[in-house]
Design a protein around this ligand. Structure first.
Ligand code: IPM
Ligand code: SF4
Length: 420
């Protein structure tokens, strides 16, 4: 069985395989300021009340603080929802991107996580089944605590080799190139191999985050010591709870699993990767786009706004200056990341280099809030999507790269992986 088949079999209590339609009890559900209003509307039409006010997480992240009357009105409506149903886990803004909040507080291995956001696939990094649903489906989930899904097929991706220059973002961009924008439609992307085994949770979250960019239902990685250590050290889970989780640990036997496709990527001689406009699968080695002039750099998002990302970016900005023609925006993915980055002096490094620091949230990622691009402007971003017009003007251009390439390019004024 694939990892996803194992997880879902355990959830429903009998053996399932790809293609089966199953009903599942949801362990954790989430919507944000962008998707709760529609979910609430649909919920009202279905009846009244939620199945469990302790299993629902609502986070304001897409437009925080509200920048338009419309955004403010939407948040007002969500507040009504939160009060009416006494939602216990409400994050009112500034606390982080919904996915980072989920990772830092709620997701556990083997869970079924349903989110009203396409990047809910991020949480497969915990060895959970996590996927995005539309607003009406989310309303049904909020009302009943149940979801209906077809068990996805799986593409297995093994990452091997050794290369200090290569980050999780380079790897996932390379995978996007390999699989393509539709190559994993309704499938799970199961990551493994020696590189993933060594990778920290920040990197694993980056890998799983972009499954949707290949049409994937979710990304997934087996829970292991790195997962349990994160849950103990970062999340403060007790030894008893960790022992309990370990007892329920699900592992995959690669040789016995039935995969739709298997891919191995050796990073040993790989260059840093860049996705060029207008799709995340238009990926090239950095040398092929080196010299492309940029107007803005954004370091942040649910893909690359975590502590490891900020540490990496700060390495190249320390003591340096952002190029005079470039605006650099840095947004920590959560309040927790922000505070730790402050303690470590990373924020000071960014500010001294000339960056703008904004409130934890989605920021410029989807062009609805800060850092909107003008006609013809070029942004190098650590986010996951570079669709035409996503960050502003329809004729603006987004390149996607790692925090390292973003930071170096911010200093140089053009896309590059070389500081000197
Ligand atoms: C606004 C929201 C529905 C959307 C998503 O689902 O992904 C957003 O987060 C995005 O990244 O485009
Ligand atoms: S950071 Fe970007 S990709 Fe992630 S949830 Fe927010 S808008 Fe979507």
């Amino acid at each position: 069985m694939t990892l996803i088949e194992e997880i879902l079999s355990k959830k429903v209590g009998y053996e399932v395989c790809a293609g089966d339609s199953i009903e599942v009890k949801v362990d954790l559900a989430m919507t944000h300021d962008g998707t709760t209003p529609l979910t609430y509307k649909a919920l009202k039409e279905m009846g009244d009340g939620v199945w469990d006010n302790e299993k629902i997480v609502i986070a304001f992240d897409h437009n925080v603080p509200a920048n338009t009357v419309k955004a403010a009105e939407m948040q007002k409506l969500v507040l009504e929802f939160v009060k009416r149903f006494n939602i216990k886990h409400f994050h009112k803004g500034g606390e982080g991107i919904c996915h980072q909040i989920l990772a830092e507080n709620y997701v556990l291995p083997n869970m079924f996580v349903a989110g009203g956001d396409s990047h809910t696939c991020t949480h497969g990094a915990f060895g959970a089944f996590a996927t995005g649903f539309g607003a009406t489906d989310m309303a049904y989930i909020y009302a009943t605590g149940e979801a209906w899904i077809k068990v996805p097929k799986t593409i297995r991706v093994d990452i091997v080799g050794k290369n200090e220059n290569i980050s999780a973002k380079d790897i996932v961009l390379r995978v996007c190139k390999e699989i393509g924008r539709r190559g994993a439609t309704y499938m799970a992307i199961e990551y493994g191999g020696e590189v993933v085994k060594r990778m920290n949770m920040d990197g694993r979250l980056t890998l799983c985050n972009m499954a949707i960019e290949m049409g994937g239902k979710t990304g997934v990685i087996e829970a292991d010591e790195i997962t349990y250590n994160y849950l103990k050290n970062e999340r403060g889970l007790s030894d008893e709870k960790i022992a309990e989780l370990k007892k329920e640990r699900i592992t995959v036997n690669k040789d016995e699993a039935n995969y739709y496709r298997e891919i191995e990527i050796d990073i040993t001689d790989m260059e840093e990767q860049v996705a060029v406009p207008h799709h995340p699968d238009n990926v090239k080695p950095v040398s092929e786009v080196e010299g492309t002039e940029i107007n803005q750099v954004f370091i942040g998002s649910c893909t690359n706004g975590r502590l490891s990302d900020l540490r990496e970016a700060a390495k190249y900005l320390k003591g340096g200056k952002v190029h005079k023609d470039v605006k650099l925006i840095v947004i920590p993915a959560s309040k927790k990341v922000f505070l730790q980055a402050l303690r470590e002096g990373l924020i000071e490094t960014f500010i001294k280099a000339g960056a703008m620091i904004c409130t934890p949230g989605c920021g410029p990622c989807l062009g609805a809030h800060q850092g909107v691009l003008a006609e013809g402007e070029v942004c190098l971003s650590t986010t996951n999507r570079n669709f035409r017009g996503r960050m502003g003007h329809i004729n603006s251009y987004i390149y996607l790269a790692s925090p390292k390439v973003a930071a170096i390019s911010a200093v140089k004024g053009y896309i590059t992986n070389k500081l000197d």
